[in-house]
Design a protein around this ligand. Structure first.
Ligand SMILES: [Zn+2]
Length: 347
């Protein structure tokens, strides 16, 4: 579980300081030009005091808001609180109810708009922040009446989502189109994925190191070995035992050893339409594991690379939990924003 730090922005009732710069011309001398009382929705204040200033340089007048207040009705503190409620699992409706004891009355729509603003803020903060190790995984979410495939990218250093897109992970061109600008912008050098073969191609094309999640590998290899054990001739069972050991221990020389085993087993050409014999299936497994071996153990020599993609799956889990309970996504983009926010541990 991520540590949830509930740190709400401070809100001041009035601004003690004069403005530093004119927002129009960067001028630094002002005249006070009156004050206004601005009603706000906040847990402590019903209104705040806002001074107006006139710039001596360009003559523009502007409002100088106190800390935690801007043009919106809700203070920054309230907007953050709404986002936290929502990320913690409340529906828009319950968030509205939970704010009532603070004397804050909001409509569903304004809660929703605040969430969108919070998501934009998050997006801006993430946009240029470098990410060295990126986890990728596909998922299906219900959006606007149907199930849609999405691709989720997670900063594995921080355990936070950096992007969600409507991309089908089974479409290699789409994956690459989406991934290439992202990887360049963030300066990614390693990706961690399950062992869908498209990811390998994309990693090669984009010149990235590629760690394949070892949970996935152990799961499918374990299943395959179990099936083969029943059908492979008795005298080759020891190969199955050895593959099992190799996958568990992931030694450096595993690739070479698997290749030797592959050469050891005699090839028997099956006819064109005939299914592969058990031994040929075993050979296929050996060569595949041998070829992918370097991608199983990137974590061994790059210390900040995890050996599984669990963190990405956890982020997707949070997203799915939210997308089940939230109604009223108005647009496809709105849903992506919601997912980003939902996948984030609030801090
Ligand atoms: Zn000015």
């Amino acid at each position: 579980m991520p540590i949830v730090i509930l740190q709400l922005p401070d809100v001041k009732r009035k601004n003690e300081n004069r403005p530093k710069q004119c927002p129009y011309c960067q001028g630094q001398t002002f005249q006070r030009w009156g004050k206004v009382r601005k009603p706000v929705r906040d847990s402590r204040y019903r209104s705040v005091q806002v001074y107006r200033y006139r710039c001596c340089g360009c003559g523009h007048t502007f409002r100088h808001y106190p800390q935690g207040v801007d043009r919106a009705d809700q203070t920054q503190r309230m907007r953050k609180l709404v986002a936290i409620y929502w990320v913690l699992g409340m529906s828009l409706r319950s968030a509205v109810i939970a704010l009532a004891p603070f004397g804050v009355k909001l409509s569903h729509m304004s809660v929703w708009r605040d969430l969108q603003k919070q998501a934009d803020l998050l997006e801006k903060r993430r946009h240029w922040k470098p990410v060295r190790v990126l986890g990728l995984d596909g998922a299906y979410v219900r959006a606007l009446g149907k199930m849609r495939p999405v691709l989720v990218a997670v900063d594995l250093g921080e355990g936070e989502p950096v992007a969600v897109g409507y991309v089908d992970e089974y479409n290699p061109q789409a994956v690459r189109r989406w991934l290439e600008p992202l990887v360049k912008r963030l300066g990614v050098s390693v990706i961690v994925t399950d062992d869908l073969v498209h990811y390998k191609t994309v990693a090669q094309k984009l010149d990235l190191e590629h760690q394949i999640c070892q949970f996935h590998v152990r799961r499918w290899v374990g299943r395959t070995l179990k099936e083969l054990r029943v059908i492979v001739p008795e005298e080759w069972i020891w190969v199955i035992d050895e593959v099992k050991l190799l996958i568990t221990e992931l030694p450096l020389e595993g690739s070479r050893r698997l290749f030797e085993l592959w050469k050891l087993i005699p090839e028997r050409r099956a006819g064109r339409d005939q299914p592969l014999s058990p031994l040929d299936q075993l050979r296929q497994l050996l060569i595949r594991l041998s070829e992918h071996w370097p991608n199983y153990r990137v974590f061994d020599w790059q210390t900040d690379v995890p050996w599984t993609n669990n963190t990405t799956e956890q982020v997707i889990g949070r997203m799915k939990m939210r997308s089940r309970t939230v109604r009223g996504y108005k647009s496809k983009q709105g849903l992506l924003n919601g997912l980003m926010l939902a996948g984030t541990s609030v801090s």
